[in-house]
Design a protein around this ligand. Structure first.
Ligand code: PEP
Ligand code: MG
Length: 401
């Protein structure tokens, strides 16, 4: 019943107004799935390759579609993803593009769920999934590669760790986002939003820390549960390999100073989450920081691990980080993303399923997080392409998908 009978690919718009790949998968019995690839701006050096959409679509039509249609069952995700790898023939999807691969992989999963008449999370995770929900990390202030003239640190994230339900958590993040706007306005700071909907004021990091800490504490008092906050430093974007320093607007830090700086921030703001505090090549520095503060906070590898089990094995061997960001398009298929989550879980690393800065209304990651029992999801706080995922989580909790 889930035999794939058609795969259609097209260019659609992403949230930055750039073209991206959308895939439709149709099965023998009329099952249908549609999914679109997201796209990063602060991409890791070791990510699978995103090709220009027109090229990715042409290559996938030539190499992948003939291998899937009439041969592969959408209900068998491993088979779909193995066919995508075989069609591509490289280790990094540089032939058909990770954007074509991930769009097809996710669309096939949805077509498989459609035939079964099961919600996507249940098709992917099994019948006993759907009881636990990830804590949403929502960025409320940001800069780095996501906004010009804003903070050096890429993302300041609300983390409603004490929320009694996913719905409460989602609304708490939106309330922190709104509280930040009020505080900025009180200070007379004008601002627009960055790529992910976070406020992007022209302030330095220390002022952002003050404002976010205050906003979090205000909302925490209102809602009566614990809200922490976290960061995505996007350290690789700050790191200058030539001088071996992290370049902030007001100063440079060498690696030891960067480790000490982050450890101080964890202490001072009781941070519950720190993503990519260090350069993507520096496992040793990640290990040093994890040894120092890893019992107090999550140290998460995004550009460090790029959802890749080979890189995660290296991290586990060296005790670098204690958490991994999971972005399906960094690795190209849902099966590979699943393998990364499984390996992480087996080794005590928490998984954080994540959006990209360039997104669409696709909500697959909400289902992926529930299917894998991931403890966290990072998908923004406001904005249509972000709320697509947050609202889907609320619907899953309400049994309404
Ligand atoms: C979501 C992120 O940004 P991008 O998609 O630009 O890599 C991130 O760095 O975690
Ligand atoms: Mg990141």
């Amino acid at each position: 019943m889930t035999l794939i009978t058609d795969v259609r690919l097209r260019r659609v718009l992403d949230s930055r107004g750039n073209p991206t790949v959308e895939a439709d998968v149709v099965t023998e019995s009329g099952g249908f799935g549609r999914a679109a690839a997201p796209s990063g701006a602060s991409t890791g050096e070791y990510e699978a390759v995103e090709r220009p959409p027109t090229e990715a679509i042409a290559a996938a039509r030539e190499h992948a579609v003939p291998r899937l249609v009439g041969t592969v069952y959408a209900g068998n995700q491993r088979e779909v993803d193995a066919a995508l790898h075989a069609a591509d023939g490289t280790t990094d999807f540089s032939e058909i593009g990770a954007n074509s691969a991930v769009a097809i992989s996710m669309a096939a999963a949805k077509a498989g769920a459609d035939v079964l008449g099961a919600p996507l999370f249940q098709h992917l995770g099994g019948t006993f999934r759907g009881e636990n929900f990830p804590i949403p990390l929502g960025n409320v202030v940001g800069g780095g590669e996501h906004a010009a003239d804003a903070t050096d640190i890429q993302e300041f994230l609300a983390a409603p760790v004490g929320a009694p339900s996913v719905e409460d958590a989602v609304f708490a993040n939106a309330a922190v986002h709104a509280a930040v706007a009020d505080l900025l306005s009180e200070r007379g700071v004008p601002c627009g939003k960055g790529d992910e909907g976070a406020w992007a004021p022209s302030i330095d990091d220390s002022e952002a820390f003050e404002i976010v800490a205050e906003a979090v504490s205000m909302v925490q008092d209102e809602v009566g549960f614990n809200i922490g906050f976290g960061l995505d430093v996007a350290g690789a974007e700050l790191y200058d390999a030539e001088s071996e320093t992290y370049e902030y607007s007001d100063r440079s830090r060498d690696t030891d100073e960067q480790i000490a700086y982050i450890a101080d921030l964890v202490e001072e703001y009781d941070l519950v989450y720190v993503e990519d505090p260090l350069d993507e090549d520096d496992y040793d520095a990640f290990a040093d920081l994890t040894a120092e503060v890893g019992d107090q906070t999550l140290i998460c590898g995004d550009d460090l691990f790029v959802t890749n089990t080979n890189r995660l094995v290296d991290g586990i061997d060296r005790n670098a980080a204690n958490s991994i960001l999971i972005k399906p398009n960094q690795i190209g298929t849902l099966s590979d993303a699943f393998d990364a989550i499984e390996l992480a879980t087996e080794n005590g690393y928490d998984s954080v399923v994540s959006h990209r800065s360039g997104e669409t209304e696709d909500a697959t990651i909400a289902h992926l997080a529930v299917a894998t029992d991931a403890p966290f999801i990072k998908t923004g706080a406001v904005g249509g392409e972000r709320t697509a995922k947050l609202n889907e989580l609320i619907r899953i909790a309400d049994d309404a998908t």
